[in-house]
Design a protein around this ligand. Structure first.
Ligand code: NAD
Length: 237
């Protein structure tokens, strides 16, 4: 398994923790040449890429009128150009190998215009859903499946740049992350970390168990994207 991220120290530490079958390669997803290097390394070490998980993203939180062009372009570069380059770089090898699975990580912000202040981030996640379906239709005949998982929560610290520590602590951000989910469904497994509820869906789609799934949107959001109860909203629940 190749792990790839801009955070080199954390990536190398995680690869060491995972053992001999994991290797870290530095990757800025917006850099075409970095993708070529990652795929070359995967081919050399593992014979090719069977599964690509496009997970990297940056959060930009600002309403339309307060979103600068540079912030908008930063979100597009990481969240949209990144998966585009990733998919484009792995597909020739997947075709040669007779198939593969690509799982893009979207967000409920690409499904449902729930919260204000997500003009740039939301736009990239809506785009990623479209890119997923277009790629799925193009690549199906080559046995390459392309799907998107849309969680409503992940690492609550993704919002840290927008909430100074003196205003909201890490612990508070984690608590809010937990509470934000489950606005529809009663939380059935409060003992589980949110990320542990997302990973099984990603693994299902990545693996042969998902052999009939392509072009799909898979919400992991406690029912949030299905809609909110009007009464619950009125009551502020
Ligand atoms: N955190 C949430 O509330 C939430 C909600 C819904 C969906 N998601 C999605 O889940 C996915 C994972 O996010 P997370 O919650 O784990 O947040 P996170 O910030 O922990 O993870 C994002 C990762 O992307 C990496 N990254 C950023 N820019 C990069 C670049 N240019 N090149 C390579 N890597 C880069 C970061 O270093 C980080 O490791 C993202 O696609 C995100 O949009 C998150």
């Amino acid at each position: 398994m190749i792990l790839a991220d801009v955070r080199v120290a954390q990536g190398e530490a995680l690869a060491r923790e995972l053992g001999d079958n994991a290797e870290f390669v530095e990757l800025d997803v917006g850099e075409e040449s970095h993708w070529a290097r990652v795929v070359a390394r995967a081919e050399h070490r593992f014979g090719g890429v069977d599964i690509l998980i496009n997970n990297a993203a940056v959060l930009v939180m600002a309403p339309l009128e307060e979103t600068s062009l540079s912030d908008y372009e930063r979100a597009v570069r990481v969240n949209q150009v990144g998966p585009f380059l990733g998919m484009r770089t792995v597909v020739p090898g997947m075709k040669r190998r007779g198939g593969g699975s690509i799982v893009n990580i979207g967000s409920t912000d690409g499904v449902f215009p729930g919260d204000q202040g997500l003009m740039a981030y939301g736009a990239t996640k809506w785009a990623l859903r479209g890119m997923t379906k277009i790629a799925a239709v193009e690549l199906g005949q080559h046995g390459i499946r392309v799907n998107i998982v849309n969680p409503d929560a992940g690492n609550p610290l993704i919002g840290r740049p927008f909430f100074p520590p003196e205003v909201i602590s890490d612990a508070k951000l984690h608590e809010l992350g937990n509470r934000m989910a489950y606005r529809v469904l009663k939380r059935l497994r409060p003992d589980r970390k949110r990320v542990d509820e997302i990973v099984p869906m990603v693994l299902l789609l990545a693996s042969e168990d998902g052999s009939a799934c392509t072009g799909g949107d898979y919400p992991v959001d406690g029912g949030y994207s299905a809609g909110m109860s009007g009464l619950a909203q009125l009551l502020g629940l």
